[in-house]
Design a protein around this ligand. Structure first.
Ligand code: NAD
Ligand code: ZN
Ligand code: ZN
Length: 388
C-alpha cells in the first residue's frame, strides 16, 4: 500500500510499504478514505519529537472497516468510522476514569520528559513515534486500529468525510481547551494560535456563548481566515507585551477570563536527540506561555493545548500564585467527548471543514508537510486523499 513514512527530520515521503494485518482479536483494519496533517505531526517533522526508525505518520484519519478481529462485535466490514487519535484499551484504570490518553496498556515504552519526575507510563497515539507506542498511523491507504471495541465511532451517512474528519483530534482538542475554562456564558477568551487547533478553540468558545473571542497569531493570513469564519477579534503578535496590553484594553484592564495556548513548542531544528530538543526561546512559544499568564485575569484559567514534550523550569510562579491562576494542560481525551461533538456537527451548530485550505493526494504528502510547516501558499489545514 501507499503510506506517508518519516525518514528523519524534514523527510516525510509517500512510500510503498506492507499492508497492515490483524495482530489482536480486538483489531480492525481500516481502509482510509481521508486523513489530515496536524500541527503535532510538525513536532516529529522538525525532529523535536524524534523517530529513529521509519514509521507511518498520521493520527487524524477515518475510513471504511475492511476486516475485523474475532472479538469485535460493535463494528462490521463496510462500516464508516472516525477514529480518536489516542490508542487506548478501554479497560485499564485510566480508560475507565475518562483519561484514555493515560492508558496503561497501549504504550509498552516508559515515557516522560527528560529529567522530569515522571515515574509512570503515558499512553499511546497513532503514528506518533516509538515514545508514544510506535503504532503506524493513518496517513496511508490502510491502518491497523487496535482496541477497535473502544475507539472508532460510526458516522451517519448524511455527513461527508470532511464534515467529520476533525472529530479525530482538533475539534475535541480545541473544545477541551474551552471546557477546561468552565465558561458560564459572557466571558472573554483569548486564544494564542490561529492554526487548526486555535481555530477550533474559537469555534468552541462561541458554542459556549463567550462574549468576546480574541485570537492572536504571528501570521496575518491565518487571523484573516478565522476572523472571516467566526467574526472574532484578532491581534497580530509582534511582541508579547503589546499583545498583553491590547487584551487588557479590551477587558477593562482585567485580562481575559480564559487564555488558551494553541501554539506549542518550537524546538531547535534537526536534533534527533530528544534530550537536546530544547525549546527555541527566540521563536516565541515560551513567550506565548508567559503572555498567557500575564493576559489572564486574576482567578482566571490557562489551558495549554500546544504540545510541550520538554521541561521548562523558569515559570513566574509568583505571578501564578499572586493572581490565583489555574493551569490545565495535556493531550485531549477524545474518546470522552467525541459523541457529544458528533451531535454538534450533525445538528449544524458547528462547521469544521471550512478551515481546510489544501486537498492533496497522499502522493503529494511531502509538499503538504512543507507548505503547512513553512506557512506557504495560505496553508492552514491539509487533507490527504490516499486513493487519488
Ligand atoms: P500549527 O502549528 O498550525 O499552529 C500553531 C500556530 O501558532 C500557527 O498558526 C503559528 O503561526 C502560531 N504561532 C507561532 N508563534 C506564535 C506566537 N508567538 N504568538 C501567536 N501565535 C503563534 O498547529 P495546530 O495544528 O494548530 O496545533 C497547535 C498546537 O496544538 C501544536 O503544538 C500541536 O502539537 C498541539 N496539539 C495538541 C493536541 C492535544 O491533544 N493537546 C492535539 C492537537 C494538536
Ligand atoms: Zn493532531
Ligand atoms: Zn487503557
Amino acid at each position: 500500500m501507499k503510506a506517508a513514512v518519516i525518514h528523519g527530520p524534514g523527510l516525510i515521503k509517500c512510500d510503498t510499504v506492507d499492508d497492515p494485518i490483524i495482530k489482536d482479536s480486538r483489531d480492525v483494519i481500516l481502509k482510509v478514505t481521508s486523513t489530515a496533517i496536524c500541527g503535532s505531526d510538525l513536532h516529529m517533522y522538525s525532529g523535536g519529537i524524534p523517530q529513529a526508525r521509519p514509521m507511518v505518520m498520521g493520527h487524524e484519519f477515518m475510513g471504511i472497516v475492511e476486516e475485523v478481529g474475532q472479538h469485535i462485535t460493535n463494528l462490521k466490514v463496510g462500516d464508516r468510522v472516525v477514529v480518536p487519535f489516542p490508542v487506548s484499551c478501554g479497560s485499564c484504570y485510566f480508560c475507565q476514569h475518562d483519561l484514555p490518553t493515560a492508558c496503561e496498556h497501549s504504550n509498552p515504552e516508559h515515557y516522560g520528559p527528560e529529567g522530569g519526575i515522571v515515574t509512570d507510563k503515558g499512553g499511546a497515539l497513532f503514528g506518533y513515534s516509538d515514545l508514544y507506542g510506535g503504532y503506524d498511523g493513518g496517513q496511508a491507504q490502510y491502518v491497523r486500529v487496535p482496541y477497535a471495541h473502544f475507539g472508532p465511532r460510526k458516522v451517519p451517512d448524511n455527513l461527508t468525510d470532511e464534515q467529520v474528519l476533525f472529530l479525530t483530534d482538533i475539534f475535541p482538542t480545541g473544545y477541551t481547551g474551552v471546557m477546561w475554562g468552565e465558561l458560564k456564558g459572557g466571558e472573554t477568551v483569548a486564544i494564542f494560535g490561529a492554526g487548526p487547533v486555535g481555530s477550533m478553540s474559537a469555534k468552541s468558545a462561541i458554542l459556549h456563548n463567550a462574549k468576546k473571542v480574541i485570537v492572536i497569531d504571528t501570521q496575518q493570513y491565518r487571523l484573516d481566515q478565522i476572523k472571516n469564519l467566526t467574526g472574532c477579534d484578532t491581534i497580530l503578535w509582534e511582541d508579547g507585551q503589546s499583545v498583553i496590553d491590547q487584551i487588557r484594553d479590551m477587558t477593562d484592564g482585567r485580562g481575559a477570563d480564559l487564555c488558551i495556548e494553541a501554539v506549542g513548542f518550537e524546538p531547535d531544528r534537526n536534533l534527533l536527540d530528544r534530550a537536546k530538543a530544547v525549546i527555541n526561546f527566540e521563536k516565541g512559544s515560551i513567550k506565548v506561555l508567559e503572555a498567557c499568564m500575564s493576559a489572564v485575569r486574576r482567578g482566571g484559567i490557562v489551558s495549554i493545548l500546544g504540545v510541550y514534550p520538554v521541561n521548562y523550569d523558569n515559570f513566574k510562579l509568583g505571578q501564578i500564585f499572586d493572581k490565583g491562576i489555574t493551569i490545565k494542560a495535556g493531550q485531549c481525551n477524545v474518546h470522552t467527548i467525541i459523541d457529544e461533538l458528533m451531535d454538534h456537527v450533525q445538528s449544524g451548530r458547528v462547521k469544521l471543514d471550512d478551515i481546510i485550505t489544501h486537498r492533496l493526494s497522499l502522493e503529494d504528502v511531502s509538499k503538504g508537510y512543507e507548505i503547512f510547516d513553512k506557512k506557504q501558499d495560505g496553508c492552514v489545514k491539509v487533507v490527504l486523499d490516499p486513493w487519488k
